[in-house]
Ligand binder design. Structure first.
Ligand SMILES: Cc1cc2nc3c(=O)[nH]c(=O)nc-3n(C[C@H](O)[C@H](O)[C@H](O)COP(=O)(O)OP(=O)(O)OC[C@H]3O[C@@H](n4cnc5c(N)ncnc54)[C@H](O)[C@@H]3O)c2cc1C
Length: 527
């Protein structure tokens, strides 16, 4: 029986090699170390690209395998790491649940929580204010064509949550053993196997939509239920209200995402313990992907072997930082609005990442002192910027756009010759972000772009288009919860995921969904 997991790190190989050579190299190291291992279990754990020296770009592998020896009996050395074999186990509580668990939101957090509760026979009911995947695609297409926003089904709301129309990047900074479970489950639901070993895994919106559909089918096939176009107006211990009707339930998992402001207000009015949380604002910068590949790999054709170049850049100035966020290689800037009269940007790519442009948010941190420091103030701060962007775009969700050169000298226009903005098929209008953004943001943005231009050649070219406004980088508040994962002062309400302030991104939201499911399963009996 497998007792340990062995990981051999730092296996550096030329990019002309194939993965088998990494496994052979690991085996050679293991033989030299006399550690007993299960040969058939050897496989790639992670592969990353080290392109710091363009003249000798390498793959950096870590290879993993199992061992029947106890972890403490194995003498690890150098790049060999030993840990106990992990297996996610779910407890069994004895408290009786008076009714079915209700889950608010079918985003990654709600999905993984529902999958686990359903798999353990608890027949969860998921309420999703937006529509199913296929209807959502249709409604967003219609929004792009007509400029008429559906405030219940859009890029923020609907089956799969905010991440469905995204690059589906699964990178996360949380080091949590549940990540492996999330990645394996996504592969089981149709995601590419490479997400399990690629150091920068991504799915792409086209594949992710199918994954979401299969997840929804699995929840229902395991006895769960999903009610689309159903919004929870308020929640409490043992009930949810929908269109004024109070529905009794066993408990509520509240996974509403970071854009459900009416839900936030009903919680604030309902006296829930909520605090403001750091967030950022900014714009989306677009570059030609081929130029980024050339700048980062030295030869753009190398992207055929390495995948498109990805970057993550940051600059700190005192209490604030400016950083790139949610970079989408070969993707497009999307209209991520969810409220009438507000323009919001974000990014999306298909699995192939075959778009001409790359884009990323360049975001500046907002401090509590920039608004009234409370949750309502944070929401107001975001909303006012979104409305100003809507006005600057001239309506119809047309977005304000400006080149880096224009930002530096306060002039609008001049974009679209070399790099064509992709937002809503170039539905953009010249504007000046020096007027739209608070001065702390516009000045740090300029400093950041200059600094990033020193790290990636051409990053701050004067004709690079910036489209805005990016306000939903993370949740502006946290719903406080206790060690049982229940909302403070509540016994049967479980805040969960990004919207509750416990995650930032698809993977960490899914992990938080699992943690809440674990807490519920360890408290309640199955019958
Ligand atoms: C365009 C875009 C691109 C992104 N790209 C990436 C990426 O590449 N990688 C990454 O890691 N992260 C990305 N993110 C962020 C990521 O999508 C979120 O962090 C993640 O989806 C959060 O998961 P969640 O389940 O907590 O909430 P969400 O995914 O936001 O889901 C919440 C769900 O709850 C529903 N809901 C809200 N209120 C109610 C209510 N009252 N009643 C019923 N239903 C309700 C909403 O309709 C929504 O479907 C992106 C986000 C956007 C918008």
């Amino acid at each position: 029986m497998t007792k340990s997991r062995i990981v051999i790190n730092n296996i550096r190989l030329p990019i002309t090699c194939d993965d088998n050579e990494a496994v052979l190299a690991a085996e050679k190291i293991l033989k030299g170390s006399r550690i007993s291992y299960v040969k058939s279990s050897l496989h790639i754990h992670k592969r990353s690209v080290d392109a710091r020296k363009k003249s000798s770009i390498t793959f950096v592998y870590s290879v993993t395998c199992e061992s029947e020896a106890e972890p403490e009996s194995i003498r690890a050395c150098g790049d060999i790491k030993i840990s106990a074999a992990e297996k996610l186990t779910f407890g069994m509580g004895c408290e009786r649940m008076n009714g079915r668990p209700y889950i608010i939101g079918l985003g990654p957090a709600g999905i993984f929580c529902a999958l686990i509760l359903a798999a353990h026979g608890l027949s969860p009911v998921v309420l999703e204010r937006g529509d199913s995947v296929d209807n959502r695609v249709r409604k967003i297409d219609s929004f792009y064509k007509t400029g008429i926003l559906d405030t219940e089904t859009n890029i923020q709301f609907g089956a799969g949550g905010a991440g469905t129309f995204s690059d589906g990047k699964l990178v996360t900074r949380i080091g949590d053993a549940r990540i492996g479970y999330v990645l394996k489950k996504l592969v089981e639901l149709g995601a590419p196997e490479s997400i399990c070993w690629n150091a920068k895994p991504h799915i792409g919106t086209d594949v992710l939509r199918e994954v979401i559909k299969r997840a929804a089918d699995e929840i229902c096939s395991l006895g769960g239920e999903i009610r689309y176009n159903t919004k929870a107006d308020s929640v409490g211990d043992g009930y949810v209200t929908v269109e004024g009707e109070r529905i009794p339930c066993g408990l509520v998992v509240l996974a509403p995402g970071h854009s459900s402001r009416d839900t936030y207000m009903s919680l604030i009015d309902g006296g829930y313990a909520i605090e403001a949380k750091p967030f950022s604002i900014g714009v989306r910068a677009e570059h030609l992907q081929s130029e980024l590949d050339r700048a980062m790999f030295g030869d753009e054709d190398l992207s055929n072997r390495l995948g498109h170049a990805e970057y993550s850049l940051s600059l700190r100035q005192g209490e604030r930082g400016v950083y790139t966020f949610c970079m989408c290689p070969g993707g497009e800037v999307v209209a991520a609005a969810s409220e009438e009269g507000g323009v919001v940007t974000n990014g999306m790519s298909r699995h192939a990442r075959d778009g001409k442009n790359a884009n990323a948010a360049v975001a500046v941190s907002v401090l509590p002192s920039d608004f009234s420091g409370d949750p309502v103030g944070a929401i107001r701060f975001q909303r006012e910027l979104e409305r100003a962007a809507f006005a600057a775009g001239g309506g119809g969700y047309c977005a304000p756009c400006q080149t880096i050169g224009g930002l530096n000298n306060g002039t609008a226009g001049g974009f679209g010759k070399r790099i064509v903005p992709t937002y809503m098929n170039s539905n953009v209008k010249g504007a000046d972000f020096n007027k739209l953004l608070p001065s702390f943001a516009s000045s740090l943005l300029k400093d950041g772009l200059r600094a990033f231009g020193r790290r990636i050649k051409g990053y701050d070219s004067l004709d690079v288009p910036l489209t805005g406004i990016e306000t939903r980088t993370s949740a502006p508040l946290r719903i406080l919860r206790d060690e049982r994962f229940c909302a403070l002062g509540h016994n049967l309400v479980y805040p969960c995921g990004e919207g509750a302030g416990y995650a930032g991104g698809i993977t960490s939201a899914a992990v938080d969904g699992i943690r809440v499911a674990e807490a519920i399963l360890s408290r309640f009996s199955r019958d």
